[in-house]
Write a protein that binds this ligand. Structure first.
Ligand code: P6P
Length: 337
């Protein structure tokens, strides 16, 4: 008998609702945010898939707040997310890597009690060479009173206050991985039906590490204890086996491979990036939440990423994230700094 393969699969919409039902007091707002993000992810995926054909390649010419020349898909992805999220009545404000200030919810739309922070297309400089890129998002509950536009303080909350976080990787397949604090779950897009289907329930990152992701071009700019840490990871100080170095230069791709295969991603501070390069609020925090939910850990070298009290919207942080044992090695070796 030929089974209909679609009778036994779980769509992301169904899974989100089933998770919501675990919380009787849930209003459904968070579920709505996640479902709208899944739609935005499908729209971005369709653009990324056609990047080479739709003359979307190349630089948009404008610069973003980071002073980085924007690839056209950065701008398009940013707009897709803003337009998909601004009218659902669940958010009171958004913030994006691509925009300097808070993105208010227009007066004509109802405002809700959450804020969304995101990097719409991280690693976009890799698009022209067909390397996987990603979207990263973080959801917080508003702290400000009333139902006006969300404030900067609503955004500047430590990562342990996230109510949801996730990422989308536009790779050999498009996957969305998210957590609401009940584990980390992965969904793979079936383009033939345009649905994210549950493919990785309850992700657990392997205790035994296989991979080390680090850009060793910065070695000359690292502190001595960072150099010693990377030498240890590479089995060069006689204390352990060497990890396989895998570095794509696209955060979501490197993080996702290590999450599933076991490993550690490190982007230390260096003389050129004295606070590291990666953004705390919409890169480090969401990936740290996911990683911890999968049994891993994330640190800035001195403290747990999720405990950092932010002071600026686009602030950067050093990042050591992945299998718990490897992150512990990092914090132990860097504590001496
Ligand atoms: P580097 C891409 O520009 C990005 O923000 C991340 O996706 C990636 O992990 C990192 O920068 C790579 O930085 O300095 O190694 O090129």
């Amino acid at each position: 008998m030929v089974r209909n393969t679609y009778t036994s699969v779980v769509t992301i919409e169904r899974y989100i609702i089933e998770q919501e039902r675990l919380h009787p007091q849930a209003t459904g707002a968070l579920s709505g945010i996640l479902q709208d993000l899944a739609l935005a992810a499908k729209m971005i995926a369709s653009k990324v898939r056609l990047a080479g054909l739709a003359d979307v390649l190349g630089e948009h010419g404008s610069e973003n707040v980071q002073g980085e020349t924007q690839q056209k898909l950065d701008v398009i992805s940013n707009d897709i997310i803003v337009k998909a999220m601004d009218h659902g009545g669940r958010l009171c404000a958004m913030a994006s890597e691509e925009e300097e200030g808070i993105i208010p919810i227009p007066e004509k739309f109802k405002r809700g009690s959450y804020v969304l922070l995101f990097d719409p297309l991280d690693g976009s400089s890799n698009i022209d060479v067909n390397v996987p890129v990603g979207t990263i998002f973080s959801v917080l509950r508003r702290q400000s009173k009333g139902n006006g536009v969300g404030t900067l303080d609503d955004m500047l909350q430590p990562g342990y206050k996230q109510v949801a976080a996730g990422y989308v990787i536009y790779g050999s397949s498009t996957m969305m991985v998210y957590t609401t604090g009940q584990g980390a779950h992965g969904f793979t897009l079936d383009p033939s039906i345009g649905e994210f289907l549950l493919s990785h329930p309850g992700i657990r990152t392997p205790e035994a590490s296989r991979y080390l992701s680090v850009n060793e071009a910065y070695e000359q700019h690292w502190e001595p204890n960072v150099k010693a840490l990377v030498r240890r990871y590479r089995g060069m100080d006689g204390t352990r086996e060497a990890l396989n170095v895998r570095y794509v230069g696209s955060l979501v791709a490197d993080f996702h491979r290590n999450l599933l295969g076991g490993g550690v991603f490190v982007y230390p501070a260096n003389a050129k990036n004295t606070s590291g390069k990666l953004r705390l609020l919409y890169e480090c925090n969401p990936l740290a939440f996911i990683c911890e939910q999968a049994g891993g850990a994330a640190s800035d070298g001195q403290q747990r990423i999720l405990d950092i009290q932010p002071t600026q919207l686009h602030q950067r942080s050093p990042l050591f994230i992945g299998s718990k044992a490897e992150v512990t090695t990092a914090t132990e070796m860097l504590a001496s700094s």
